[in-house]
Design a protein around this ligand. Structure first.
Ligand SMILES: [Zn+2]
Length: 322
């Protein structure tokens, strides 16, 4: 996979000219923070070996039926993830996006299918975030007693590392004392309380309307969103088309973009993070920050982000990507 120098320059110009940043992200965004993207059954079972023994795929496990039929298994899976995401330090790509956003008139808004809370951990403001599938760090009553959604940061779950089952006591509803569940949209999930996510979406819609009325020049930076569940990709394309913005699809495996139209300037820059430190920002503070990144090997070879070495101008001539 090769990155062409012109693409790097075009990408840098697009971000430099942008007056708003629309950041969209799927599971690939977390890979360089050391988080699994649960790609394929084998990828899932590598992280959760007991599920292989039980013959359970990710989709089978991510189902509310387990909270009714086998709560310690359900909370073993979600509790393990919740505690892991809490401990995870977001990779430096998050800080880079923040610096870009700080240089734009309208700032950034994030739309993500990830439930891991990594954008908040990285310091993005909660009011500029739409978590389309909810958040594992928020809980709701499994019996839907009317308690609503609460912050689960005080709920701790201990998981047996051999069986991946949670050790009681399990998180409980503060109102009725019944079993709690994460406020995450699961497969076959009719009980998900979408109140919080819907409020986030309303804020996003309002912000997009502001961009439209003020003639903003947005760039949509899409990070690690796959085709298996295309919610994020579809949103990226729709919003780029609607606002006449540039879409940057950063994805080492699935970087194809729809055909460009005159109003819709699309980029096909796979594994694009390589050029991030080559971006010539107008903000001197941002420039210092990105220059410093050039000497850090914070990315995994073959992973979502591309390993970087040497001076910026080399970015276009060498390319490894995925
Ligand atoms: Zn309750």
């Amino acid at each position: 996979m090769t990155l062409h120098h012109e693409d790097v320059q075009r990408a840098a110009r697009a971000v430099a000219d942008a007056t708003a940043l629309i950041i969209t992200a799927g599971a690939g965004m977390g890979v360089d923070s050391g988080l699994p993207d649960f790609r394929g059954d084998e990828g899932f079972w590598k992280e959760y070996p007991p599920m292989k023994t039980l013959g359970l795929s990710f989709a089978a496990m991510a189902n509310p039926v387990w909270f009714r039929g086998d709560p310690t298994l359900a909370w073993g899976f979600y509790g393990h993830r919740m505690m892991r995401y809490r401990r995870t330090v977001p990779h430096p790509g998050f800080a880079m996006l923040q610096r870009w956003a700080a240089g734009t008139e309208h700032g950034a808004f994030i739309m993500t299918s990830n439930v891991d809370g990594q954008f908040q951990r990285a310091g993005f403001p909660a009011e500029r975030l739409h978590e389309v599938h909810g958040s594992i760090h928020h809980l709701q009553c499994f019996a839907d007693c009317g308690a609503g959604i609460w912050d689960g940061s005080n709920d701790n779950v201990t998981v047996d590392p051999a069986s991946f089952r949670a050790t009681p006591p399990l998180p409980r509803c503060p109102a009725c004392g019944g079993l709690a569940r994460p406020n995450v949209l699961m497969f076959g999930d009719s009980g998900w309380d979408d109140t919080r996510s819907a409020a986030q979406e309303a804020r996003l819609d309002t912000w997009l309307q502001v961009l439209r009325t003020r003639g903003a020049r947005p760039v949509v930076v899409e990070c690690g969103a796959g085709t298996a569940i295309p919610t994020v990709r579809a949103f990226s394309e729709r919003v780029a088309r609607a606002l006449g913005g540039t879409l940057m699809r950063i994805n080492p495996r699935e970087s194809a973009v729809p055909r460009a139209t005159s109003r819709w300037r699309l980029a096909r820059w796979p594994a694009l993070w390589r050029w991030i430190r080559c971006f010539p920002p107008s903000d001197p503070e941002a420039l210092r920050g990105t220059a410093g990144m050039g000497h850090r090997r914070w990315v995994r070879p073959g992973g979502f982000l591309v390993s970087t070495r040497g001076p910026c101008h080399a970015a276009g001539r060498t390319g490894t990507g995925a």
